[in-house]
Design a protein around this ligand. Structure first.
Ligand code: SAH
Ligand code: SF4
Length: 354
């Protein structure tokens, strides 16, 4: 069996130009690069499955590229159609990806790191020590693997069977892996790549403001901020990066973030019973939000074994939302998906089985 070499370039990370150069270096006509790209963009990464390629080109691909940087270890399907995937990287480390199918869209929630350095106390991923940044190839390969799975294992007919939306809300803090983030965004949006519009891509961050500024300049996709409290003292504990970039700094940064037409910044607000769901929390939140440019998404706490918090009761969440709405703020309560397979937000934690 061929041993995967980590230093080889990864097929999911290549653009058409680079692939053309490679193909011609190996002595094949340029149109072969487009054929390879078409397979890849459909999620077919194994050269042996690229049926219109001559055998010697398949061999060249296998020899010179890391074609499949991820190996599927496990796939779990929820009653609501949500699918959670556990992949191992070439290094043996593991990451998770989630597909959230709905009648009119298919969203893939991707991981950007193995573990996370930021230690938010309510987050399952945060309890895992940071191990690695994912490369752009490993990030894109998550999307491609889901596409392939959708072709091989179709969903029930009431659900959309294509990948239409991408959210960087899986494991890790995307802004702490800027290289992987920006490179992968470029590939998601490229015409010869997956060609997904910036309006259909969302990056979620706990609030690293210099990186948010740069994202706005280079790849102004949709932005989601894990706010969770609009009181500095409380947020210092819940989202420890707040000690470095406090609310006032975040406020200035958000005011400058470029928005696509009729788009909003999403402020994610996890509701923890007796912690950040009191009247004073609501008042501070209402004061913080810029209703013209931002909306609030109240998130139900997803417990995990040993988690130190309780979620706010549903009724209280609904009331909290109503009060925000009565103050002229767009607010919604996020429906939790895939909870029966621990695929919901903050529950992703790769249990290394590699
Ligand atoms: N690091 C980024 C993106 C990954 S976390 C960030 O923090 O934004 C994705 C979302 O899940 C964030 O809003 C995060 O705050 C939320 N989350 C984390 N743990 C959770 C939990 N136990 N229950 C519900 N949401 C959680
Ligand atoms: Fe990291 Fe986001 Fe989890 Fe905080 S919520 S520990 S930033 S993954």
């Amino acid at each position: 069996m061929r041993i995967m070499n980590k230093t080889l370039e990864q097929l999911p990370a290549l653009n058409l130009e680079t692939l053309k150069n490679m193909v011609s270096d190996w002595g094949f006509p340029l149109f072969r690069a487009k054929q390879i790209m078409d397979w890849r963009n459909k999620g077919v990464l194994n050269p042996d499955d690229m049926r219109n390629l001559p055998q010697d080109l398949r061999t060249a691909l296998n020899r010179n590229l890391c074609c499949q940087p991820l190996k599927l270890i496990q796939r779990q399907c929820s009653e609501d159609g949500t699918r959670k995937y556990l992949f191992s990287l070439v290094s043996g480390k593991t990451v998770e990806t989630v597909l959230i199918p709905e009648p009119e869209r298919g969203t893939v929630c991707i991981s950007s790191q193995v573990g996370c350095v930021l230690d938010c106390p309510f987050c399952h991923t945060g309890t895992q020590k940071f191990e690695a940044n994912l490369t752009a190839g490993e990030i894109i390969a998550q999307v491609l693997a889901v596409k392939e799975d959708l072709r091989n294992n179709p969903l029930s007919s009431d659900l959309h069977d294509q990948v239409t939306h991408i959210v960087y809300m899986g494991m890790g803090e995307p802004m702490a892996n800027e290289e992987g983030l920006h490179e992968s965004l470029g590939m998601l949006m490229a015409e010869d790549g997956l060609h997904i519009s910036r309006r259909r891509i969302t990056v979620s961050t706990s609030g690293l403001t210099p990186q948010i500024d740069r994202l706005g300049e280079v790849h102004p996709v949709n932005l989601a901020i894990s706010l969770h409290s609009a009181l500095d003292e409380e947020r210092d504990t819940l989202v420890p990066i707040n000690r470095k970039y406090p609310l006032q700094t975040l406020r200035t940064c958000l005011n400058l973030y470029p928005l696509a037409h009729q788009r909003h910044i999403t402020l994610e607000y996890l509701m923890l019973d007796g912690v950040n769901d009191r009247q004073e929390d609501l008042n501070a939140l209402a004061k913080f939000v810029n209703p013209e440019r931002e909306r609030v998404n109240l998130i139900r706490f997803n417990p995990y074994p040993g988690s130190p918090y309780e979620g706010s009761p549903t009724e209280h969440m609904n009331k909290f939302a109503q009060k925000l709405i009565s103050k002229g703020i767009r607010a919604t309560v996020r429906r939790s998906r895939g909870q029966d397979i621990m695929a919901a937000c903050g529950q992703l934690k790769s249990s290394a089985t590699a």
